[in-house]
Ligand binder design. Structure first.
Ligand SMILES: Nc1ncnc2c1ncn2[C@@H]1O[C@H](COP(=O)(O)OP(=O)(O)OP(=O)(O)O)[C@@H](O)[C@H]1O
Ligand SMILES: [Mg+2]
Length: 449
């Protein structure tokens, strides 16, 4: 794996997280700095107005040398606009009262050599600067109303942490969603391909995934995997057809020898048995080939009208059941469309119906359940039940419940395997149950896949 590649998924995720955390930390550090209500150094114009104030008061004191501290505060002609506050050098307030914010500002800013400023929602606080009154140094602070009262967006956000959180979510959600979508997009493409391959479409072409990251490597590993599965299946099919071909020749010779023997010695019970077994072996070979061909067949899905598709099958089944003196009951069919592999679906349903007719005592009945996601076909028949412990075994190839009983009914024991394979290919399932003293086989087809 090339970790140094800038396109590697590892690097992408690492850098994205890293940038996001860096961005968040920067915003968290910067936001309080953008808040004008912090203590800040004064500007030249602030210093000028502080100096003016100092000189004005100092002149006033010179004109009225006997004025007291308190009178000094209240006699300021512009106090309607500006509020003046005085403290001694130790920070003790001379005014009777001061608003809480001013008291806090006095505590925060006590050095006349480095006057500070604090802007609040309605007022700005400035100070201190030194004045001399009665030979006693005093510190002068003042506050004045702000020109515009409206709260800045940042101040508003800082005062409402929940809103700040909400804004952060609002900004980061689309960003993170896009990032997650972008990083997982090739994985979704691969998932689509994997689903198709799982349904037997081994020739599905792989998407071209740019950026040579881990997902591209995964795609090429999957490609190789599909190729080797395809090879293995081809080999298996070749082996099966070779074996059946090799078996067919001695079987044909056996049949020939049997016919000659019959001619010479006449019919006998033993010869009839041999003939029956030869027929069974031939049938088994044919069905085995059928099963392996079905697993590899490149069939494509089609939209089919369910009622037309099933009606044909049910009419044939009704005929066959009646021939055997049994009753076949099926419901009125809805006209809906279903997306299936027509031949596979046909062979699955036909195999189950044939079993039902074969093993029924008298009656075979069909039920169809249709909902938004799936269509379930339930095929019931009376007759001998399947022991609970065997309900899943019967789907195994060549598995037959009662060899001596079913020897007479013929068949290779491959019908249910064929049906199960077809259902898997549809992404559906098949299962057996004993309900109300009847054997019931369910075939579930997903409606959309
Ligand atoms: N409707 C049913 N009622 C009772 N037993 C059943 C039913 N369907 C299947 N079985 C049992 O499951 C076994 C396997 O069925 P499957 O269709 O695979 O083989 P088969 O019918 O014997 O032969 P084939 O279908 O290959 O001609 C059957 O031999 C039978 O014992
Ligand atoms: Mg069968």
């Amino acid at each position: 794996m090339q970790w140094n590649s800038l396109n590697s998924l590892f690097i992408k995720i690492f850098i994205s997280f890293w940038l996001l955390i860096l961005l968040l930390t920067t915003v968290l550090i910067l936001i309080p700095k953008l808040d004008g209500r912090q203590l800040q150094s004064i500007t030249t114009s602030d210093f000028k107005s502080l100096k003016n104030q100092q000189q004005r008061i100092q002149k006033f004191i010179e004109r009225h040398p006997n004025i007291t501290h308190k009178q000094l505060i209240h006699l300021d002609p512009r106090r309607t606009l500006r509020s003046v506050y005085l403290t001694d050098l130790s920070g003790r307030l001379i005014n009777d009262r001061a608003p809480r914010k001013m008291r806090q500002f006095i505590l925060d800013s006590q050095s006349p050599n480095k006057p500070l400023k604090k802007v609040h929602k309605r007022k700005t606080y400035l100070g201190p600067i030194q004045i001399i009154h009665n030979q006693q140094p005093l510190l002068l602070y003042f506050s004045y109303p702000n020109q515009k009262e409206s709260l800045e967006l940042i101040e508003w956000l800082i005062d409402n942490p929940l809103l700040l959180l909400f804004t952060a979510l609002l900004v980061s959600t689309p960003l993170c969603a896009f990032l997650a979508w972008h990083l997982t997009q090739p994985l979704r493409q691969l998932q689509d391909v994997a689903n198709k391959v799982a349904q037997g479409e081994l020739d599905t072409s792989f998407p071209v995934i740019k950026n040579s990251d881990e997902i591209t490597q995964l795609a090429s590993s999957m490609k190789l995997m599909v190729l080797s599965v395809k090879n293995m299946l081809n080999n298996q099919q070749r082996l099966l057809s070779d074996i059946s071909h090799e078996l067919r020749s001695p079987l044909t010779r056996l049949g020939l020898a049997l016919a000659i023997n019959k001619k010479r010695a006449g019919e006998s019970k033993e010869l009839q048995r041999i003939e029956l077994e030869i027929e069974r072996i031939e049938l088994m070979i044919a069905e085995m080939l059928n099963l392996s061909r079905m697993q590899l067949s490149p069939e494509y899905k089609e939209d089919i009208a369910l009622n037309e598709f099933l009606e044909e099958l049910f009419l044939d089944a009704e005929f066959e059941a009646n021939e055997n003196g049994k009753t076949f009951i099926y419901p009125v069919l809805d006209s809906i469309t279903i997306n299936i592999y027509p031949e596979l679906a046909y062979s699955a349903i036909e195999n189950i119906i044939r079993n039902a007719i074969k093993y029924a005592e008298k009656t075979i009945s069909i039920e169809i359940t249709i909902n938004k996601k799936e269509i379930i076909l339930s095929i019931k028949n009376d007759g001998p039940l399947i022991p609970e412990s065997e309900l899943s075994n019967i789907f195994r190839p060549f598995y037959r419940l009662n060899e001596s009983r079913e020897r007479e009914t013929g068949g290779a024991g491959l019908g249910l395997s064929i049906a199960e394979n077809a259902m898997f290919k549809h992404g559906g399932k098949i299962w057996a149950e004993n309900i109300d003293k009847q054997v019931c086989m369910h075939l579930q087809f997903p409606r959309f896949s």
